[in-house]
Unconditional design. Structure first.
Ligand code: CAA
Length: 380
């Protein structure tokens, strides 16, 4: 078993780390407070090729491995989880879907704008009555000549506020559940696509989490992604990749919180000694480090399976669940090490603690992941 990164992957990791530490870390708190990733950061992410990390160069992507993309999300999330999830939804749920399932026309038409960051992608699956039970969506499709006419409501759309391109899921017949669902590429500037709100949230404040009403939205038949009625499988397959990148995001957050607490423990003195000389702190450091190491190996394994053309359904769910629970554990312990300082906004641990919470919830709650894991094991 080879745990070594290739020289190309090491270079991507170093590039992402340097950018994250030098340019993103100093403004991460500002991004959280202003609820916005600055345009200059979007421009730099585009110059670095981070809007299409594993999309081939012919479509404007960087043409790197899936693991390289995971390393980018990890390094970025270490300092700014909002930027991490913006990239994650864009790369693995939007670019990936068009690259994996799109026709040549769809790839050439949509990917260059996405990989350049000119348009930012989103994933429009969840509805008020269809969260964990994704097959229960109600957004309806009627066929009208060369068009599909779509009506309904979508919520919790990460990146929705950019109004770029979305991967939309809707049903021809709700009683068919997953067999009635189709997927489409939707330009969010299309008439009838109404952004109804951007949510105010506990964390990830630099990202948009949007709600849309879709009122007689006309989508050309050329924009269907995969065959009619195959949309649910599309969603599930995309989420398999998406879940590996949420694992990477959570891993990055855990590492960010660990680094802060570790450094703090070296300089903070109580009872005449630095606090890292107390066993109570040393054991916390050891427990945090063990969990991070395990989360990293699980995440990289799932990513390398994708590079080896294996579908990591089980492995993605394990990595996502373990890494997200690690992020929450480490953020809590890091705050404990910093004591009162961990609770104030001057230190990044407070932000990471808020940001980490969602990783146990989105792209399939950890209860759903446990359902997937046990089903996979029982059906083997
Ligand atoms: N890959 C491919 N196909 C899959 C699959 C997978 N991982 N999982 C299921 N399928 C297929 C099944 O084989 C089945 O196909 P057939 O009918 O041909 O046999 C079909 O899909 C239906 O499968 P199930 O019977 O297992 O479906 P279910 O209704 O029991 O639901 C579920 C399965 C795993 C619970 C699914 O509903 C699920 O993942 N729910 C969570 C939804 C979710 O993750 N939402 C995230 C929203 S996006 C988001 O959060 C992004 C963001 O903005 C950050």
């Amino acid at each position: 078993m080879n745990f070594e990164l290739t020289s190309e992957e090491k270079l991507v990791q170093e590039t992402a780390r340097e950018f994250a530490q030098k340019e993103l870390k100093p403004i991460a708190s500002e991004i959280d407070k202003n609820h916005k990733i600055p345009d200059e950061i979007i421009k730099k992410l585009s110059e670095l090729g981070f809007f299409g990390v594993y999309i081939p160069e012919e479509y404007g992507g960087a043409g790197l491995s899936f693991l390289s993309y995971i390393l980018v999300v990890e390094e970025i999330s270490k300092v700014c989880a909002s930027t991490g999830v913006m990239l994650s939804v864009h790369n693995s749920l939007t670019c990936n879907s068009i690259y994996m399932l799109g026709t040549e026309e769809q790839r050439s038409k949509y990917l260059p704008e996405l990989t350049s960051g000119k348009k930012i992608g989103c994933f429009m699956l969840t509805e008020p009555e269809a969260g964990s039970d994704a097959a229960n969506i109600s957004t309806s499709i009627e066929k009208e000549g060369d068009f599909y006419v779509v009506n309904g409501n979508k919520i919790f759309v990460t990146n929705g506020g950019y109004r770029g391109y979305g991967i939309l899921f809707a049903t021809h017949n709700k009683s068919l559940r997953h067999r009635g669902i189709s997927s489409f590429i939707l330009d969010l500037e299309t008439e009838g696509v109404n952004l109804t709100r951007n949510e105010d949230k506990m964390g990830l404040k630099g990202t948009y989490t949007s709600a849309f009403s879709l009122d007689s939205v006309r989508i050309s038949k050329e924009n269907i992604l995969a065959e009619e009625g195959k949309g649910f499988k599309v969603a599930m397959e995309l989420l398999d990749s998406g879940r590996v990148s949420i694992a990477a995001q959570a891993l990055g957050m855990a590492e960010g919180a660990f680094d802060s607490a570790f450094e703090y423990s070296k300089t903070r003195k109580q009872f005449g000694k630095t606090i890292n000389s107390f066993q109570a702190i040393q054991f916390k450091i050891a427990d945090m480090a063990m969990k991070i190491e395990a989360a990293r190996l699980l995440t990289y394994r799932a990513a390398s399976m994708k590079d080896n053309h294996k579908n990591p359904i089980l492995e993605a769910s394990i990595a996502k669940t373990y890494a997200s629970e690690t992020a929450n554990y480490v953020a809590k312990e890091a705050m404990q090490i910093l004591g009162g300082y961990g609770y104030i906004t001057e230190y990044d641990v407070e932000r990471i603690y808020r940001d980490a919470r969602i990783t146990e919830i989105y792209e399939g709650s950890n209860e759903i992941q446990r359902m997937v894991i046990s089903r996979m094991l029982l059906n083997k």
